[in-house]
Write a protein that binds this ligand. Structure first.
Ligand code: ASP
Length: 343
């Protein structure tokens, strides 16, 4: 029986580093090197390896991920594995999920421990990702699963997965929903299917994808975190000169169920008239309140004043979605409707 064809696209990251002459880790390994380090791979799949870039994921760009989606779309294979750095995996996987509507598994994986350390996790994560990509249940449910991340033998939905620790081996989690599947021995054990109505509705509104094309008015999204006694200076600067600062939208990482310090409310309300401004929970994602608290800085007042409610999306994911909206040329009402579906 022929083996599934799995295409590995390597972007860089810790999984692709090697020591330089001083012992410091530098980007260097390509897709072929990653595959060569895991001889078991060829027993479970026909592997194609492609090196896309050799960069840390902290330096990846939206344009690179849009181009990656275009490349993935053009491939005629049974499954895709993207290897990259861990720093932005929670963002890139969600962006790919918004851009791709495929019926083959698309998996993003990475490594926390570099290849020069004892027991690096890169080879194990790559093997696990390919096992997931070739698993019959995953292949049968690929469309329902959407893009997933595989880290440390667990499978996570792109919309939920978060990097929850900067250095630990078990750095990834889906704090809202838990993993979709676990790898045990060489088996994939299914645990759950994700609720994807909001992602599917968002895709439909964003228009045909993938396309690296962007609306000519497009400008990136600023992310501002609300903290104890925040004076609101950056909000004021955005209100006064969004063009000079170069932003076309804003995400406000709000406290608790969707609250901000009272002193920034005036600026925030003004900002919502200047730029599409999305409020999202800094507490790590999860549905926010809509109608519990009163007062000027409450969720009721902020929503009434035109702030867009980001639903359960973590602020970094809300920023990914708002960026996609701006690229697609959506305006405030369409953007608000799209975010509303996220709860
Ligand atoms: N800074 C690295 C990156 O994201 C970290 C990693 O890969 O784990 O590329």
């Amino acid at each position: 029986m022929s083996k599934p064809r799995i295409h590995i696209l390597a972007l860089g990251g810790t999984i692709a580093t090697r020591p330089d002459t001083t012992g410091v880790m530098q980007m260097g390994l390509g897709a072929d090197d990653l595959v060569a380090a895991v001889p078991l791979l060829t027993g479970i799949a026909d592997i194609e390896a492609e090196t896309v870039s050799r960069v840390g994921s902290h330096s990846l760009t939206f344009d690179q991920i849009h181009a990656l989606a275009t490349r993935i779309h053009a491939l005629k294979v049974d499954g895709i594995v993207v290897t990259q750095g861990t720093d932005t995996l929670e963002e890139t996987s969600f962006l790919l999920d918004l851009l791709l509507d495929l019926d083959i598994p698309v998996i993003v994986t990475a490594a926390m421990r570099n290849p020069a350390l004892t027991s690096p996790d890169g080879p194990g994560n790559l093997l696990a990702a390919v096992r997931v990509a070739t698993d019959p249940w995953v292949r049968a449910h690929a469309k329902a699963l959407g893009v997933v991340a595989v880290m440390l033998d667990e499978v996570y939905a792109a919309v939920d997965v978060l990097k929850v620790h900067p250095t630990r081996l078990d750095a990834f989690a889906s704090t809202q929903t838990g993993p979709l599947a676990a790898l045990v021995e060489d088996r994939v054990v299914p645990l759950a299917l994700p609720v994807r109505d909001a992602v599917i509705a968002a895709r439909a509104k964003l228009g045909p994808r993938p396309s690296a094309a962007r609306n000519t008015e497009y400008k990136p999204v600023a992310l501002l975190s609300m903290v104890l006694d925040e004076p609101g200076g950056l909000i004021g600067a955005l209100v006064r000169a969004p063009d000079r600062l170069g932003y076309g939208g804003a995400v406000i990482a709000a406290m608790g169920g969707g609250h901000v310090p009272e002193r920034v409310v005036g600026g925030l309300v003004q900002l919502a008239t200047v730029l599409p401004t999305v409020v999202s929970p800094r507490a790590g994602g999860g549905p926010m309140l809509r109608q519990t608290y009163g007062g000027p800085s409450s969720e009721i007042a902020l929503r009434k004043a035109g702030l867009i409610w980001g639903g359960r999306l973590h602020p970094v994911k809300a920023r990914i979605l708002l960026d996609a909206c701006l690229r697609a040329g959506l305006e405030r009402p369409g953007i608000a409707e799209l975010f509303d579906a996220f709860g």
